[in-house]
Write a new protein. Structure first.
Length: 342
């Protein structure tokens, strides 16, 4: 019986659309080592690059267009820049394929809704790659919060920032012609997803950033969640920040490193202890593999994936509201101190 189940899972044929940095660093090695599916193809408009990666990893197919692998795959990882995702997702769903979409789901709420409607009409699975949902320490924190381990939560504080150094092939994350936002839409979206997962959507918020009409490199958000929980979120592409989430309750405090999947630091009664929830502090390929297993399982068992299209949409809806608030304010004629927001 185990052998038969394993064989059935191997029948799911997977292709990756978009062969940029995240595909090369994470999706290919994660999918290549997966027992639950078979990485069958790579698709990229730069066919030579796709062919080179396919040869390096022993992937049977390399193509320049999704049409070229139709009929040879069952599901895709959509890892292109976001401005082309709605059209490609609609094409994939129309061909009966399941889709795991990189974040952000799309650039705008309207584009997200195109993807969601296409998934609904085709009755196919749509999952969104918010990988932090698979971190062992964040899963554990979610459980602690549900159990009210810290008592009544008072504040949650997020600091996330480093000088920008992502090894991009296209540079789309800093190009206003290809994206609708900067550090919030790209880097900050993972932490926002974590906050909304743990505390629900904010009841109200205040937003500011350093944009003078272009895309932002620094942003700050103040939020209020149900239960009179106040939240602060500082983001930066120019400043080195603490890169941690701090949650304070009336019975203790938790600190969670943003770039550590294993540890949390718990303070109760004036004493701090370190809890380790996994053997490895950082194994991003392993986390992406867990995300892929969840995607495959959701297809095979007709279950809801851990991060749904609706959850991807709500993040873009919130980010659009933040940007709308900023557009209502008068802008300074030139940027004052670097890192300052307004």
């Amino acid at each position: 019986m185990l052998h038969a189940t394993h064989a059935a899972r191997r029948q799911l044929r997977l292709a990756i659309l978009g062969c940029g940095a995240i595909t090369e660093m994470a999706h290919i090695p994660a999918a290549s080592g997966l027992d639950e599916a078979c990485l069958t193809g790579l698709v990229d408009t730069n066919l030579a690059h796709a062919q080179a990666l396919a040869a390096r990893y022993g992937i049977p197919l390399a193509a320049a267009k999704l049409d070229d692998v139709m009929g040879q795959v069952d599901a895709i990882i959509l890892a292109t820049p976001p401005h082309v995702r709605p059209g490609l997702a609609r094409q994939a769903f129309g061909a009966g394929l399941h889709v795991l979409c990189e974040k952000p789901l799309a650039n705008t709420t309207a584009e997200c809704k195109i993807i969601l409607e296409s998934a609904k009409q085709s009755n196919r699975t749509l999952a969104v790659a918010h990988t932090a949902r698979f971190f062992p320490n964040r899963i554990h924190v979610h459980t602690l919060l549900q159990r009210e381990f810290l008592g009544k939560i008072i504040t949650v504080d997020v600091e996330q920032g480093d000088p920008y150094d992502w090894p991009t092939r296209t540079g789309y994350t800093v190009r206003q012609d290809l994206v609708r936002g900067g550090v919030l839409l790209n880097e900050g979206i993972h932490s926002l997803d974590t906050l909304f997962w743990w505390f629900g959507m904010p009841l109200d918020f205040e937003y500011e950033d350093d944009s003078l009409g272009g895309i932002e490199s620094n942003a700050r958000i103040k939020m209020t969640f149900t239960g009179d929980i106040t939240g602060k979120f500082r983001l930066s592409r120019t400043c080195k920040l603490a890169n941690q989430i701090t949650i304070e309750g009336d019975a203790g405090k938790l600190s969670i490193p943003l770039y550590n999947q294993a540890q949390i630091f718990l303070t109760r009664g004036g004493h701090m202890v370190t809890q380790r929830l996994a053997s490895c502090d950082w194994d991003f390929v392993g986390i992406v593999a867990e995300q892929l297993r969840d995607f495959v399982f959701s297809i095979e068992a007709a279950k809801t994936p851990r991060v749904t299209g609706d959850e991807g949409l709500r993040l873009i809806e919130f980010i659009e509201k933040c940007y709308a608030v900023k557009r209502q304010r008068p802008l300074p004629k030139r940027a004052p101190i670097p890192g300052l927001t307004w």
